[in-house]
Design a protein around this ligand. Structure first.
Ligand code: SF4
Ligand code: SF4
Ligand SMILES: [Zn+2]
Length: 743
């Protein structure tokens, strides 16, 4: 999309709407009527997307429930714009205005709709409930509460905290009830005014569907396509590697396929079956490939997740071992097997997806998949452009997008929002229940309270401050039994490696006191480092050998001789210990002759200055923990190696009902609530009154409703409270804080 303006200070994007045609303009002119559109503002970053399928019905139901009418959006072109919030938070755009916000309220375990001024103006003449008239208050009323004695009329039956439309004289606007409707007039605080204005005269434009949206934006979409296709063609020109498409079953990779298929002849598709896919995704990928007679290579993670989950515990937002085990491992194997001379892979990565993807370039490389060059032709597209393109090209997309999923990934992804997890419960209750049961069993055998699961604490290794505060307030002990001490499980001491030389492997358990990214800095002091934050892997090359460290604690070393392997291992583990247990004493910074170290939440090392002389390590006290953990190491049989390969994994018997398959279950689940009906609480979970305290996408989700159970799910729009956010910030550790190791 071409934002007309971006106002960084206000965090706003200016977009265009065609009032003649009734839809969003992605370019600067409507391809259908020629209009240059009317400007309107949305919040940044502006990854606007169409509201479609179940989402439309859910939104209509919420408006009906709240105001007795869905007229404000009926038949018109509606878009969502994802904005920061504690869980799902979407601005609702209709008639070229932000008419409201749809948010998942964790405390009440349900989706709620709030109006904005334009929505109140549109809903006021047609609404039949949740309306209050006030009088006798004056001055600047925005954000103010109104006492019951100033409420003259209450229309409809509603509850405290429900959205309402407030009328006052000739002005009106959105508000929130602060008392139940029958008690409003006598309440000390009856309602809060969010906004109050005279009518601005919203332009009621014609109804518009997908066809109109595509028609109005055809010129812009074709231009986008041409640019992307030319980029791909220019890059691959003269290169010998075959072009492939990383096809995940999601919309972005579908658009990337569209570009690749136009740019080159018959690109092959690469798909990773993590074993945690929705059945719809597997069926869709198969169907897509079959219908288009494409070549598909599938990397199978098999039981990798199931086989590792007991060792590593549930994946967390700050400990995504599953990405490495279920995605990176299988896809690297597939590429080295099928493309020994490498491949150029078109991917659907987009800058607007997350902070970690912001600023994505056309060409990127993953140091851990050396045979692959990634091209990102849709990196600068917004979600509405992706959809416009998919519709314009008639590309079949994953049907889950019609089921109120904004993004599609593994069904039990620790990074999903509470609302998404609730949506999984709605569509696949048996898959939801499976994982839920596993989590409870995991908590039980690790001496963790049920709240560890019920309140979503399992989604972090290190709780963000507000979650920690909540746990402390409830006097919950959140440390797994014996899980936060230091220990070393040596899988294989320095021994001859089949690939030549010597290797050594271990799992080092070191408390996660801060982000794993600090390992990159600590490792700089011992050698050259490559680091992937996405997969939490660091590789270091030293004079004595090479080491790989994984977020899960695995350490793997190769060297020319046994002494080299042991020396490399020691240096790597000491770096891990420094990274996580650094007390920020600053001694190393003072010791460094090159002034390469600064202390900022932990030890940070300037790679331009550091010569890997090792003086700072000698000065550091915390590295002495290395001797302690090595003195207590255990040495199981070498074949028990749990290094992260889909094929090379430790297994252990399930002690619970988790099947962990990829969802190809008998009658796997489309059976319930198909018609866009509202999500239901899954039965049988252990949380009769689950509280809400879950990580938000900003990582600062605060506790709510600490004391008691949740309110009933009145509207049936409830979604489960598990939760968390998505953009990686939420996993940030409290810098410099955190618990010290118990030794
Ligand atoms: S010397 Fe102090 S500041 Fe430096 S890494 Fe060790 S504990 Fe951290
Ligand atoms: S003392 Fe300074 S130069 Fe030497 S390894 Fe440490 S950070 Fe690098
Ligand atoms: Zn138009």
């Amino acid at each position: 999309m071409v934002p007309v303006r971006t106002n960084i200070a206000n965090g706003k994007e200016t977009c265009l709407w065609c009032d003649n045609c009734g839809t969003l303009l992605l370019g600067r002119r409507c391809s259908k009527c020629g209009s240059t559109g009317r400007e309107f503002e949305i919040n940044s970053p502006g990854d606007i997307r169409p509201c479609m399928g179940d989402s439309v019905r859910i939104l209509e139901d919420l408006l009906e429930e709240a105001f007795g009418t869905a007229i404000p959006i009926k038949g018109c072109s509606v878009f969502f714009n994802k904005v920061p919030g504690e869980d799902r938070t979407d601005e609702i755009i209709a008639y070229g205005n932000v008419i409201g916000v749809l948010r998942f309220d964790i405390a009440s375990d349900r989706l709620r709709v709030e109006l904005r001024q334009a929505g109140a103006e549109r809903g006021d003449p047609v609404g039949t409930k949740n309306i209050g008239r006030s009088f006798g208050v004056s001055g600047h009323l925005k954000g103010k509460s109104v006492p019951g004695e100033n409420v003259s009329e209450v229309i409809g039956t509603f509850s405290s905290e429900d959205p309402i439309i407030v009328r006052k004289g000739l002005k009106m606007g959105p508000g929130i009830a602060m008392a139940d409707s029958d008690k409003m007039k006598s309440a000390e605080k009856a309602l809060r005014i969010r906004d109050l204005n005279t009518l601005s005269g919203i332009t009621i434009c014609p109804n518009a569907g997908r066809d109109v949206f595509v028609e109005c934006n055809r010129g812009h979409l074709e231009k986008l396509e041409n640019t992307a296709v030319n980029e791909v063609r220019s890059y691959v020109k003269g290169k010998t590697q075959p072009v492939t498409v990383s096809f995940s079953g999601g919309k972005d990779s579908l658009a990337a396929y569209g570009i690749a298929a136009k740019a080159v002849k018959s690109p092959e598709l690469l798909f990773t079956n993590t074993g945690l896919e929705f059945p719809e995704t597997l069926e869709y990928v198969e169907r897509f490939v079959r219908n288009r007679r494409l070549v598909l290579h599938t990397a199978q993670a098999g039981n990798a997740f199931k086989d590792n989950v007991d060792t590593f515990g549930p994946p967390a937002k700050d400990f995504r071992w599953c990405c490495k085990v279920c995605k990176l491992g299988p896809i690297s194997e597939l590429i080295s097997r099928n493309y020994p001379k490498g491949t150029i892979t078109c991917e659907g990565n987009r800058s607007l997806e997350s902070f970690t993807r912001a600023g994505t370039e056309l060409v990127t490389r993953n140091p851990f998949v050396p045979n692959q060059i990634n091209l990102n032709p849709v990196r600068n597209w917004c979600a509405a452009e992706i959809w416009g393109y998919i519709w314009m090209k008639g590309l079949e997309y994953n049907p889950l997008y019609e089921r109120d999923f904004e993004r599609i990934g593994c069904y039990l992804c620790a990074s999903c929002l509470a609302s998404e997890w609730r949506n999984t419960a709605r569509i696949h209750p048996e898959m939801y229940q499976d994982w839920e049961s596993y989590l409870h069993a995991y908590a039980e055998r690790n001496g963790l309270p049920p709240e560890y699961i019920d309140m979503g604490f399992w989604r972090w290794k290190v709780l963000p401050p507000k979650m920690r505060q909540l746990a402390d307030g409830l006097e919950l002990k959140m440390e797994p039994r014996g899980g936060n001490g230091l220990s070393m499980k040596l899988m294989k001491g320095a021994s001859v490696c089949v690939a030549g030389g010597y290797s050594m492997e271990a799992i080092a358990t070191v408390p996660r006191n801060r982000d794993f990214a600090y390992v990159e800095d600590a490792l700089r002091t011992v050698g050259d480092v490559k680091y992937s934050s996405e997969f939490e892997i660091a590789m270091v090359r030293m004079k004595t050998g090479k080491a790989r460290l994984f977020g899960g604690g695995q350490v793997s070393v190769t060297a020319e001789d046994a002494a080299g392997a042991e020396r490399t291992f020691e240096k790597a583990v000491k770096a891990l210990i420094r990274a996580e247990l650094c007390t920020q004493c600053g001694i190393c910074a003072k010791t460094c002759p090159r002034k390469a170290i600064r202390i900022k939440g932990g030890m940070k090392v300037d790679p331009e200055r550091c010569t890997s002389c090792g003086k700072c390590e000698s000065a550091c006290m915390v590295v002495h923990y290395y001797d302690k953990i090595m003195s207590g190491k255990t040495l199981p049989a070498p074949e028990a190696c749990a290094m992260p390969s889909a094929q090379k994994t430790q297994t252990s018997e399930r002690r619970d009902g988790f099947r962990g398959g990829n969802g190809r279950r008998p009658q796997g689940g489309r059976s319930q609530n198909r018609g866009g009906g509202q999500p239901q609480r899954s039965g049988g979970n252990r949380n009769g009154g689950r509280d809400a305290a879950h990580g938000g996408r900003d990582g600062s989700r605060g506790p709510r409703n600490q004391g008691g159970g949740r309110p009933q799910n009145r509207g049936g729009h409830g979604q489960s409270s598990r939760g968390n956010g998505r953009n990686g910030q939420s996993g940030q550790q409290p810098r410099g804080g955190g618990s010290r190791p118990r030794l």
